[in-house]
Write a protein that binds this ligand. Structure first.
Ligand code: BES
Ligand code: ZN
Length: 454
């Protein structure tokens, strides 16, 4: 009988075929027209998990389905581990910027190009295959396993937390494992100790009932686009600090030892800058790039809409202006409190002459973990086994809102071991996952179960 690691190597071609089938399903959660595709991806995943040896079920929600796989063969005295991932993906637009179609996975230069390759279908699927490898070769696992896959992570996981609360007894576990993030650098695995939260809102300004001739009315009627620009300009001061009163009140400053740990990581800010293509980096003064991304909250415009943006010139005073703004949050900020502060601030600074509405569209709590205990030891051992190198502890600027809820509702520690890489174009055109990392990710996921053996 081969070992699980050998099984994964022997079945490599079939596993890749399956992954590519999974990636071909355009499970875009944000778009209504893809609802049947999201449902198809859920069913595809369920069937694949069933073949891997899990007992599976699909749970409908008010949004997209949740897929559950369970293997309870380790007995009541063995620990139970919940593996979480998401099978939904971000919209692929703008399509013309892709070098190969987003839902036709293609390997180029050792990378698997497809929407969802790294975020998060590839990273979810590698766990399914590691579980399959153990069950196919040894017929057993050292832990009871719950595999929980949702179809709404990219739209804020609104139905997942209620599901976790409603099924808290069934989902009771001793630890959660998630692969939905990146390694620190190629060949350098990492374990995450923090994620930022998010408060995402939309600001709408309405002025005159209709667009107006900018010559006949301009100068005498308040321009909503200008008013919006003035509001947005009050969000930061000249040093890059957020100037919304009360914004930092709940922020926990990072302890000196964690800050020192971050500074000790080999990180080249100039290389980071060059990769973005920006002329110069910017942000809150007094903090390094990694500190800004991992440990400090932000307030960023995500989108702006107003007036004439077509070809050539059109002299018009727009009747409306809209901005999408999101704040990344750090402990102990909450989306509700930040939403309220921002709304109050906007009402204070908005010039008379425009009607303002502020709506909180999405919220997620930040998370910081204490990386001690058997779950994290197993994570370290697994990464060392697959990559030949001990993982470094890193933070993350992105958000996985359910991580906080897993800790809160299930009381379980969360191990975040990601297999993406910097520059992977998640949420952007030409998303890719390193094929080497996909393969080593399967090996690490498999080694994790070995390391959980008492
Ligand atoms: N996989 C990401 C989370 C992530 C982002 C990890 C960046 C590591 C680096 C996840 O799929 C994601 O995109 N989350 C959203 C959450 C939001 C929609 C509530 C995010 O961070 O924007
Ligand atoms: Zn994502």
């Amino acid at each position: 009988m081969p070992t699980p690691a050998e099984y994964l190597t022997q079945h490599d071609a079939r596993i890749h075929d399956e992954l590519f089938d999974f990636l071909r399903i355009p499970s875009v959660s944000a778009r209504g027209e893809h609802k049947p595709d999201v449902a198809r991806a859920a069913e595809w995943l369920r069937a694949n998990m069933e073949r891997a040896g899990l007992t599976t079920s699909v749970h409908e929600t008010a949004g997209h389905p949740i897929v559950l796989g369970e293997w309870r063969g380790a007995g009541s005295t063995a620990p139970t581990i919940l593996v979480y991932g998401h099978y939904d993906v971000q919209p692929a637009e703008p399509l013309e910027l892709w070098h190969s179609p987003p839902f036709e996975p293609t390997i180029r230069d050792g990378n698997i190009y497809a929407r969802g390759s790294v975020d998060d279908k590839g990273q979810l699927f590698l766990h399914v295959k590691a579980i399959e490898a153990h069950l196919a070769t040894r017929g057993t696992l050292p832990c009871n396993v719950i595999l929980l896959a949702e179809g709404e992570e990219e739209v804020g996981s609104a139905n997942l937390t209620p599901f976790v609360s409603a099924h808290a007894e069934r989902l009771k576990c001793d630890g959660v494992v998630i692969s939905d993030s990146a390694m620190f650098a190629p060949g350098q695995p990492s374990l995450l100790s923090s994620l930022r939260g998010i408060a995402y809102f939309q600001i709408d300004l309405e002025g005159p009932t209709s667009d107006l001739h900018s010559g006949s009315y301009g100068g005498a009627v308040v321009n909503p686009a200008m008013a919006l620009a003035r509001i947005l300009a009050t969000f930061h001061d000249a040093d890059g600090h957020i100037a919304i009163p009360g914004f930092y009140d709940a922020v926990q400053s990072w302890d000196d030892s964690t800050r020192a740990q971050i500074r000790a990581l080999p990180f080249d800010e100039e290389h980071f800058r060059a990769e973005t293509g920006a002329d110069k980096l910017g942000g809150e003064s007094g903090y390094s790039v990694l500190e800004r991304i991992w440990t400090r909250p932000t307030c960023e415009v995500n989108g702006l809409l107003s007036g004439y943006t077509g070809e050539g010139a059109k002299t018009v005073l727009p009747s409306k202006a809209m901005a999408k703004v999101s704040c990344r949050l750090v402990p102990d900020q909450t989306p509700e409190a930040i939403g309220a502060l921002i709304e109050a601030h906007i009402r204070r600074v908005a010039p008379p002459g425009v009607r303002v509405t502020v709506r909180l569209l999405q919220g997620g709590m930040p998370w910081r973990g204490d990386l001690r205990g058997p779950l994290f030891e197993a994570g370290r051992t697994a990464m060392q086994a697959a990559f030949g190198r001990a993982p470094v502890i890193t933070g993350e600027g992105g958000s996985i809102p359910v991580v906080h809820d897993f800790k809160q509702v299930l009381g379980a520690p969360v191990l975040l071991m990601g297999f993406g890489l910097p520059g992977e174009n998640a949420h952007a055109p030409n998303e890719w996952m390193s094929d080497e990392n996909f393969i080593k990710g399967m090996q690490a996921a498999s080694a994790f179960w070995d390391a959980m053996r008492p």
